[in-house]
Design a protein around this ligand. Structure first.
Ligand SMILES: C[S@@+](CC[C@H](N)C(=O)[O-])C[C@H]1O[C@@H](n2cnc3c(N)ncnc32)[C@H](O)[C@@H]1O
Length: 447
């Protein structure tokens, strides 16, 4: 529990950051302040102290105060050898923090020390997420490998740093960046001109766009649909503006995107119910293969042939996300429906389709409904059947329970949707057998 002394130090660090920003050319509206939101489990946040109008500027930060690998003190020969935007930013931040003195100190002093992102969970804590595909996405081993191969030999030698300490620092920086860095839009003059390649941000661009830490902009928390501010890129500055009127006392929120709770937890180390509407459950291709073979008796060779064909048509993936009922793109992704339809075709129909180089109609035939239902039962059996009282939990167990509960709900809603399709049809099932079937499958597989 933070004491008064600690509260004072926390407030002083916030104040030093503000003074440092102003003395280096930032301007900050006097209608906002950095607030201590630790009692709400939200670290620092930005809060309005007066009425703010839509479009009103909250602060502007000169581009020179954005910490990037390029404007850091990381020697250029090291930077050039680390040819990846994430890794170079991690290397530059680690290097800067190992220096005896740095102009960025007031910024580093407000960086979080404690992380609840999944990278820092113990195996016992991760076990609380059993069933969720997020556990396989944490990437601790691949991060260790990348740090050990690309950063530690270079930055370690340059700073005479201990290898293990540097590895821990890289993880800390990596998690800070994952939760706080921005994809930086280039100034107008550096963007491609007409006729040159277009400057548009899509997922692929985002993977290679320059990453930077934008002080103060990264003090904004986020909470699904409570977004009321946005960062705008100008040539010499970046400006945070209100995108809605904001009342005094209200928190100012950025937008981290429509992320499922599991990804908010993996990336940012918190969950809130407001993200539950974006929850998904990933169905792996392996699970689909097993369910198809059980239902159709399709041989492994035939399954291979069909998946290869579908791969050639761009609809094969390692996994497919089932979404919540209210998802505007529907609960079942079209690629999944196409895949199942193709795997269900009688051999002669599949051969005919292949000759014509076509794809099947993703109709919800009774066979398709049965297959999807079987897949959902198998997937549900991967989660346990305990229902902890989330409101009685705290900390990481609470966050894990919230993720798992949200994903179970996705599966239940999907099963209900399939059952509703079969209502009145000859293959009608009783509405309440889903959990029983999944439970007996789970118990059977444990025996
Ligand atoms: C961009 S930073 C925001 C500033 C951060 N609160 C701090 O003290 O440095 C993102 C981090 O803030 C926290 N955060 C953001 N939104 C939150 C929310 N709605 N509830 C709890 N924590 C939140 C998470 O720890 C997340 O990793």
């Amino acid at each position: 529990m933070a004491g008064f002394g600690d509260d004072r130090l926390f407030a002083q660090a916030s104040e030093r950051l503000i003074q440092w920003l102003i003395s280096n050319g930032a301007s900050i509206s006097n209608k906002i302040q950095l607030a201590d939101l630790r009692t709400q489990g939200a670290g620092r946040g930005v809060v309005a102290t007066e009425n703010i109008n839509e479009d009103e500027e909250l602060f502007r930060i000169p581009r020179s105060l954005i910490f990037t690998a390029e404007n850091s003190s990381l020697p250029s020969n090291i930077r050039e050898q680390i040819n990846d935007p994430w890794l170079s930013l991690i290397a530059a931040m680690a290097d800067d923090q190992l220096r005896e003195s740095t102009k960025w100190q007031p910024y580093w002093d407000v960086m979080p020390e404690h992380f609840d992102t999944l990278m820092f969970w113990s195996s016992d804590e991760l076990a609380l997420l059993q069933g969720s595909a997020v556990v396989a996405k944490i990437g601790k081993e691949s991060a260790d490998k990348a740090f050990n191969e690309h950063i530690i030999p270079l930055v370690g030698q340059h700073n005479h740093a201990n290898k293990n300490d540097l590895l821990a620092l890289c993880h800390k920086m990596g998690s800070t960046i994952m939760a706080s860095a921005f994809d930086l839009e280039a100034p107008e003059r550096e963007r491609p001109q007409e006729g040159e390649e277009d400057w548009e941000e899509d997922d692929e661009d985002s993977a290679v766009m320059a990453k930077g830490m934008v002080p103060l902009a990264d003090m904004l928390n986020a909470d699904a649909d409570r977004n009321n501010a946005k960062l705008f890129y100008e040539d010499e500055f970046v400006a945070m503006k209100a995108i809605k009127a904001i009342q005094p006392g209200s928190e100012i929120f950025n937008d981290y995107g429509p992320l499922p709770q599991a990804d908010v937890l993996r990336r940012y180390g918190y969950t809130t119910q407001n993200y539950a509407k974006y929850d998904v459950v990933e169905i792996s291709l392996d699970l689909i293969r097993a369910a198809v073979q059980q239902q159709t008796g399709l041989s492994t060779a035939a399954l291979e042939e069909r998946t290869e064909y579908l791969d050639g048509h761009g609809i094969l993936d390692d996994g497919y996300d089932i979404a919540r009922r209210e998802n505007e793109d529907g609960q079942f992704p079209e690629e999944l429906c196409l895949l199942l339809a193709a795997l269900l075709l009688p051999p002669a129909d599949f051969d005919k389709m292949k000759t014509k180089d076509k794809l099947p109609k993703p109709d919800w035939t009774p066979e398709m409904q049965n297959l999807m239902y079987g897949i959902l039962v198998r997937r549900r059996a991967m989660y346990d059947f305990d229902e902890p009282r989330i409101e009685q939990l705290t900390g990481r167990p609470k966050m894990a329970a919230s993720v798992v509960h949200g994903e179970k709900l996705v599966l239940q809603e999907a099963a209900d949707a399939v059952q509703a399709m079969s209502a009145g049809a000859s293959n009608k099932r009783k509405a309440d057998t889903f959990l029983d079937e999944a439970r007996s499958l789970r118990e059977g597989s444990k025996r």
